[in-house]
Design a protein around this ligand. Structure first.
Ligand code: PEP
Ligand code: MG
Length: 580
């Protein structure tokens, strides 16, 4: 038995056998196919080539202004290889004549071509060997769009252990019936963790080296409350965790009794609890938990799931979201791509510092056609519900103005085309940068509403990479600097009479709910899985106590002590309804 301590990423206990996912390795297995299976394998190959070509075209056009011509020719070499008879023709021949799967057929054709190039007296051709290898690897990845494919093929895998996982890996998990995961890297506010909470998959991250300590098939306990993972537990330990799992199930039954209630404090203050949605599948849980609408719809997941989708497909997905939300608000955030939310379908330049680089609104404003397509899709969806637009990572008022100009352009186009949309659609700003907290009074007279992204606001205020487990201990939402920023923002919003929601992870964390209510926040947006837990806490609180908590915190100078005070408060006021 071995016990490891990491970062509690997503609540719940899960017990099962593990599969070690090594994402670096593309395991090409050979299997024989029946003669009537040939068309399906050829189709798989064709799709892999098409996606690879799109990716390369995209990379080429996006790097045109930043790469010298002699470097961008490499994209043409890649595109040429994708049409090369010696590579593609040979792969097709392998499939139809040797009756093998497309992956194996491709790697055989690649190996043969590389061997030929290797023997060539021509130095230029010898150097092209690595290009062949690169393109073969790309097609193999794109052929198997699903990075969890290896898991699906492995038997008895109900827990995943990996060095790191991407948000798209996590999105695949519920489909693949994965019960939990543990990773070497990661932190609580990284998107892999956020999605795990949304999907209700227990997880522990930032464990350091679990991927080398566990072996395929080991029995694993994941305790997503304490951030503990146990490899091959003894009988006694197993019983302790089974018991904790049962207690948690009983707590969930109590929570379910609140499904039809509102979130109201003991002293009668109504608090609005909204959902953060990544995938339309999550609406099921939101509606079951009687949410007040969607406070944050993370559209970048459309990209991460489907690639560079057309305006029509974006519209279709958003229309479905608007219909799911009914008459309640649906706040659609424009793509927040970049940093840890990179789509493999989108080309992105190498950046030294991606979190502070070309991400979110900066990316959208740099590529106006890409942005325009999304704005048109949102506007078209606006006739199906109470749709509002939210811009991420705004750093100053000028960017908001540029967004509005882009929105007006999209409106004018639709008007000219005779397409319906809501001309008065509201536009809000994500408050994620310290600059915005400082100018929140100026901004509040410009924006229609604020949405506070505490995940990023804390990252940038305290200078801690939200994905880095080594500095995760510094993530302290009640740090005096964060408290002051949050207070400035809500006060500015109140003075200007605009709505202000918190949509960062703390909005759904029971521990921080008194903290937010005490400052004056009444609109909280969270993962659907957190809605009932938050409601239970809200119903156990008095606003006056929460305000007193803020008064006390404003006297505490040291962040660690402030965090301890917040924990003490929740234990004292909500112990009977706080499961952790
Ligand atoms: C945030 O930064 O708090 C937020 C909600 O946005 P995201 O987590 O998607 O970056
Ligand atoms: Mg953010």
């Amino acid at each position: 038995m071995r016990k490891l301590k990491g970062i509690a990423s997503s609540d719940g206990i899960s017990i099962g056998h593990c599969y070690i996912l090594d994402r670096q390795k593309i395991n090409v297995r050979r299997y024989n196919i029946p003669a009537n299976g040939v068309p399906a394998e050829l189709e798989k190959l064709k799709l892999g080539i098409k996606r690879t070509a799109e990716f390369i075209e995209n990379s080429k056009s996006m790097s045109e202004d930043s790469l010298a011509e002699e470097h961008s020719f490499i994209f043409d070499v890649y595109l040429m290889l994708l049409r090369d008879n010696m590579l593609i023709g040979e792969t097709e021949k392998n499939i139809s004549e040797s009756l093998v799967n497309a992956e194996y057929a491709m790697s055989m054709a690649g190996a043969k071509l590389m061997a030929q190039f290797d023997k060539s007296p021509n130095e230029y051709l010898r150097e092209r060997k690595s290009d062949i290898n690169n393109i073969v690897q790309k097609v193999l990845r794109f052929m198997n769009d699903n990075s969890m494919d290896t898991v699906m093929n492995s038997e008895n895998a109900d827990i995943i252990i990996a060095h790191d996982l991407t948000p798209s890996d996590t999105a695949q998990m519920s489909k693949n019936k994965i019960k939990g995961f543990a990773t070497d890297l990661g932190s609580k506010t990284a998107h892999t963790s956020i999605l795990a909470r949304s999907l209700g998959i227990p997880a522990v991250v930032g464990l350091g080296d679990i991927s080398s300590l566990a072996d395929d098939g080991d029995l694993i306990i994941i305790d997503g409350f304490e951030g503990v993972v146990i490899i091959n537990p003894d009988e006694e330990t197993l019983e302790i965790y089974k018991d904790k799992d049962t207690r948690y199930s009983n707590y969930i039954s109590e929570l379910n009794k609140l499904q039809h209630e509102d979130s109201v404090t003991k002293d009668g203050e109504r608090v609005f609890t909204y959902s953060n949605i990544e995938l339309n599948d999550e609406f099921y849980l939101s509606k079951k938990s009687n949410h007040d609408g969607v406070g944050l719809y993370r559209t970048e997941y459309i990209y991460m799931e489907h690639g560079d989708v057309s305006e029509d497909l974006q519209y279709k997905i958003l229309k479905e979201a608007a219909e799911e939300t009914g008459s309640k608000q649906l706040v659609v955030r424009t793509f927040d791509l970049g940093a840890d939310k990179l789509s493999k379908y989108i080309s992105h330049p190498e950046e030294q510092n991606p979190a502070m680089g070309l991400r979110a609104i900066r990316y959208s404003l740099k590529y106006p056609e890409f942005f325009n397509k999304q704005l048109r899709a949102i506007l078209r969806a606006s006739v199906h519900g109470d749709v509002r637009i939210l811009f991420p990572m705004i750093s100053g008022i000028e960017e908001l103005m540029k967004c509005r100009t882009a929105l007006e352009k999209a409106k004018n186009e639709l008007r000219a085309e005779g397409v319906d949309f809501n001309p008065d659609i509201k536009t809000g700003v994500m408050m994620e940068l310290p600059s915005l907290a400082i100018i929140s009074d100026l901004l509040a007279t410009e924006a229609d509403f604020f949405s506070v992204g505490t995940n990023d606001l804390i990252q940038y205020t305290l200078g801690i990479d939200r994905n880095n487990e080594f500095v995760a201990y510094l993530y302290r939402p009640s740090h005096p600097a964060v408290l002051r920023s949050l207070k400035m923002i809500i006060d500015s919003a109140k003075n200007a009479g605009i709505k202000c929601t918190v949509c960062g992870e703390i909005a759904g964390e029971p521990k921080y709910i008194p903290f937010l209510l005490g400052m004056g926040y009444r609109h909280l947006s969270m993962s659907p899985a957190a809605l009932l837990k938050a409601r239970m806490i809200i119903r156990a609180l008095n606003i006056a106590d929460c305000e007193k908590l803020i008064d006390e915190l404003s006297e505490i100078k040291i962040a660690r002590l402030a965090e301890e005070h917040v924990e003490k408060f929740i234990e004292e006021h909500c112990s009977s309804v706080y499961f952790h």
